[in-house]
Design a binder for this molecule. Structure first.
Ligand SMILES: *[C@@H]1O[C@H](CO)[C@@H](O)[C@H](O)[C@H]1NC(C)=O
Ligand SMILES: *[C@@H]1O[C@H](CO)[C@@H](O)[C@H](O)[C@H]1NC(C)=O
Ligand SMILES: *[C@@H]1O[C@H](CO)[C@@H](O)[C@H](O)[C@H]1NC(C)=O
Length: 345
């Protein structure tokens, strides 16, 4: 069983081998997003179906693998790669700053975080309540080009923590690093297989094992997949997009993907925490289980019951001064996906 390798920390060469292996295969999605490969032609019976499904505990064997969860204060460091508008940054910062905002109107981003707080480590320490926005870094000139691989994203981070100008602080205890790529940056597997991923940096590249996530702005490349349901793919007839709460399809779509990756980073930062499935090379993590589920009744292409603001935009939770649409996460106590806008809680 491969997980033994994760738990026992084998000698460095095999450890590195597994790191690379994990890097290539560290994302697995069992819930719903309109991936092109799921829709080879338009007469498959599954299009636009609305299954009454909010994640089922029957086949899910979520397990704790004895590694850490992030129980100490978290500081999130965004790294803006490429051209970002101030208005776009404001939406993303606002979401990150809303995580610990207990005063926000319900259903709130903070209420969404409370499900993550149910996860504990070996010492029975819960995931922390305190998340704050830390130092940021701009990489305006595309230091590693407009086409990145999973590995070259680590080099981007390496430059950010060690380069000229004000480097990002190195914070292995509570730092989370978010590499956010502008809409003209191509990333390996982006749009075809992933909208974002998380991992931790390799000491051999960056010098430290720092949990990080990458999320791309899909606005020009695949909004119908990665910014669904604010855009819909043309290979699924009959689906209508909904209006984005902050008026930016690409960035509003990134919010849920970011939330997904952050949820997984705090419960599985070193890929030996909480995940389902027998194989840590293909972990099914707590947000994978609920991808595409934003409200009661969600499943398939149906998002579940959502809220509408005065301008007709769709959302499911409030932050400080803004609204967001964020997917639910697996609740380890109830054994199903849950979120702050659930009708039955
Ligand atoms: C399209 O899907 C239908 C129903 O699943 C199948 O019968 C048909 O062979 C498919 N057509 C192509 C071109 O793959
Ligand atoms: C963690 O964050 C809380 C709330 O911001 C603060 O009161 C506390 O001092 C922090 N703890 C540490 C160890 O930094
Ligand atoms: C910590 O986790 C335990 C186990 O899931 C849960 O019962 C408890 O309510 C959690 N504490 C907080 C503050 O969420």
């Amino acid at each position: 069983m491969r997980q033994a390798y994760v738990a026992r920390y084998p000698a460095l060469p095999s450890l590195l081998f597994f790191f690379f292996f994990f890097l290539l295969f560290s994302t697995s999605v069992i819930a719903w997003r309109p991936w092109p490969h799921n829709f080879p032609n338009t007469s498959s019976p599954d299009f636009g179906s609305s299954k009454k499904y909010e994640g089922s505990s029957k086949f899910v064997h979520l397990r704790y693998h004895m590694g850490p969860v992030l129980s100490t204060n978290i500081t999130i460091h965004p790294l803006w790669y490429g051209t970002w508008q101030p208005s776009q940054k404001r939406i993303i910062r606002s979401f990150l700053s809303s995580i610990s905002a207990v005063q926000a109107k319900r259903p709130s981003v903070n209420g969404w975080w409370s499900t993550l707080r149910l996860y504990t480590d070996q010492t029975l320490s819960n995931v922390t309540a305190n998340v704050r926005l830390g130092a940021e870094k701009n990489d305006r000139l595309y230091s590693h080009g407009k086409s990145l691989t999973r590995l070259s994203i680590q080099s981007v981070l390496k430059s950010a923590v060690s380069g000229r100008g004000r480097p990002l602080p190195i914070d292995p205890a509570g730092g989370l690093y978010l590499v956010l790529t502008a809409d003209d940056v191509h990333v390996q597997d982006f749009c075809g297989q992933v909208c974002g991923f998380h991992y931790f940096t390799f000491p051999s590249i960056v010098g430290y094992a720092l949990p990080f996530a990458w999320v791309g702005n899909s606005a020009t490349q695949c909004p119908g997949t990665c910014a669904y349901p604010f855009a819909v793919p043309d290979y699924i007839p009959g689906l209508k997009p909904v209006k984005a709460p902050n008026g930016d399809v690409g960035v509003d779509g990134m919010i849920s993907v970011m939330a997904h990756e952050i949820a997984e980073m705090v419960t599985n930062p070193l890929i030996n925490g909480w995940f389902a499935g027998p194989d840590p090379a293909f972990p099914t993590e707590i947000a994978d289980l609920c991808e595409g589920i934003y409200g009661t009744g969600g499943g398939g292409s149906y998002t579940g019951q959502l809220l509408k603001d005065g301008n007709g935009a769709t959302y499911n939770m409030n932050g400080i001064g803004r609204r967001f649409l964020v997917q639910w996460v697996w609740n380890p106590v109830r054994n199903y996906c849950s979120g702050p806008n659930a009708l039955d809680q």
